[in-house]
Design a binder for this molecule. Structure first.
Ligand code: RB5
Length: 146
């Protein structure tokens, strides 16, 4: 599976940590920056990862900022993105199963590396439930796009 990953300055170090973990597990990881802890604006990277995920069918995205909130707000503005900020493994599984989330957002200032790795693994390892009710609701999200 292809995974696009991005971060701002606040999420840079956690992004690197996640990327190393995913490379070790055999995922094809495409790092879209940022490339240092120099101050940058998170919407730039939310857009890059969001557009890449939508363009490549079957791929998923991971975005890290200080809270995981700005990245989520920004990436959800890209048509086709269903981003979710996840603080728990259960949330990560459910947003894949029920919402077919395609971008995971994480907060480097609020979450521990050891917890985040479990959340990442749960997100990437859980398929969408194709139950009709979930598909209908996900289609309802798409209908909100202008
Ligand atoms: C950067 O200071 C911080 O605002 C950003 O990383 C993120 O937490 C925004 O939601």
């Amino acid at each position: 599976m292809k995974v696009f990953i991005g971060a701002d300055h606040a999420g840079f170090e956690m992004k690197e940590y996640i990327e190393n973990h995913l490379n070790g597990k055999g995922y094809e990881v495409d790092d879209l920056g940022a490339n240092s802890t120099d101050s940058v604006d998170y919407p730039v990277f939310a857009k890059k990862v969001g557009k890449a995920v939508v363009a490549e069918k079957g791929s998923l995205g991971i975005l890290v900022c200080g809270t995981g909130l700005g990245m989520c707000m920004a990436s959800n503005k890209v048509d086709g993105v269903r981003a979710a900020t996840c603080r728990t493994v259960e949330g990560a599984k459910l947003t894949r199963e029920h919402n077919n989330a395609n971008v995971l957002c994480l907060g480097a200032r609020l979450q521990k590396e050891e917890d985040v790795i479990l959340i990442v693994d749960a997100f990437l390892g859980t398929p969408f439930s194709s139950d009709e009710r979930h598909q209908r609701r996900v289609d309802g999200i798409s209908d909100l796009e202008e």
